[in-house]
Design a protein around this ligand. Structure first.
Ligand SMILES: Cc1cc2nc3c(=O)[nH]c(=O)nc-3n(C[C@H](O)[C@H](O)[C@H](O)COP(=O)(O)O)c2cc1C
Length: 271
């Protein structure tokens, strides 16, 4: 089994690792480590995808990965989104896989802390403990489905179907075309910045470079919208102008380190 993951703040990597504890033969492969490669050819019969939701849809780099990947060897495919969302996300993956004659056999959403700081505060220790306990139960269920190679597609109820198929795409288009291009030019480090360079290390697209001990965000390089820079900054110095990020706290998965996030960018990131 190969499990491909994309993770900005560690939630998706944590879920992928928890799954590999139940499938010791599985290989964990960062989507980013193979994205630079022209030939993203999977060799496994069972392929899993684990990723966050960004703007009510697939993260841009996950979409790019799926456009390039070759899953011809796969006879069973599953996907896990690390936030609850509409099944539209999974039908979007099916559309990308259709050109290879593939589709997802099983889909799952798991509840994890939300890292979209402009709207959400970081979770309390109690909330984290509750989510982790739920996650472990959920992964037991996911394990059973995969072991038995069952078809298991989560279906939206009518309200979520309406939101997912009619309203969400409009919001996504607005966010991606209007809000986000402005927002990604609004990252800055405030006076707490110590020049440690953690933000440069975790930046998944390499848009951050340290200059005179301060981070600079290039506008010529794509942003992954992962917020790793903001959440991994050890002194909470990174803010987004106009988005009230100062008082919201910070969160990254407690077991996922700066080195874990950084490793996704390198070929040797495979675990
Ligand atoms: C820019 C951005 C947009 C997000 N949009 C959504 C969203 O539309 N719906 C949702 O449920 N979670 C959203 N999230 C939260 C993440 O999907 C969630 O916290 C995920 O578990 C993070 O995974 P990671 O730590 O592996 O990156 C967003 C997070 C970010 C940073």
């Amino acid at each position: 089994m190969q499990i491909y993951y994309f993770s900005g703040t560690g939630n998706s990597l944590h879920v992928a690792r928890e799954l590999t504890k139940r499938f010791p033969d599985a290989t964990l492969v960062p989507m980013l480590s193979v994205l630079r490669d022209d030939r993203i050819a999977s060799t496994a019969e069972t392929v899993g995808l684990v990723f966050p939701i960004h703007n009510l849809t697939l993260p841009l780099l996950v979409r790019r990965f799926l456009q390039q990947a070759d899953f011809k060897s796969a006879t069973y495919m599953f996907a896990i989104s690390t936030r609850l969302c509409s099944d539209k996300v999974f039908s979007d993956i099916d559309k990308l896989l259709a050109k290879q004659g593939k589709s997802l056999d099983a889909t799952f959403s798991v509840e994890m802390p939300c890292t979209y700081t402009p709207l959400f505060k970081s979770p309390s220790q109690e909330e984290l403990a509750r989510m982790e306990a739920e996650l472990q139960k959920r992964i037991d269920t996911i394990q059973t489905v995969i072991v038995n190679r069952q078809t298991s597609r989560e279906k939206d109820d009518p309200l979520v179907f309406f939101l997912g198929h009619i309203l969400y795409p409009v919001i996504t288009a607005y966010m991606q075309n209007v809000r986000f291009p402005g927002m990604i030019r609004s990252f800055y480090a405030d006076s707490k910045c110590t020049g440690c360079g953690v933000c440069e290390k975790v930046c998944l697209t390499g848009r951050i470079h340290m200059k005179d001990n301060r981070p600079e965000w290039s506008n010529r390089i794509d942003c992954a919208y992962c917020f790793a820079c903001l959440h991994y900054c050890p002194v909470q110095a990174i803010q987004i102008r106009g988005r009230s990020t100062i008082a919201k706290g910070r969160y990254h998965h407690p077991e996922i380190t700066v080195a874990d996030i950084t490793r996704q960018k390198h070929e040797e990131g495979k675990e």
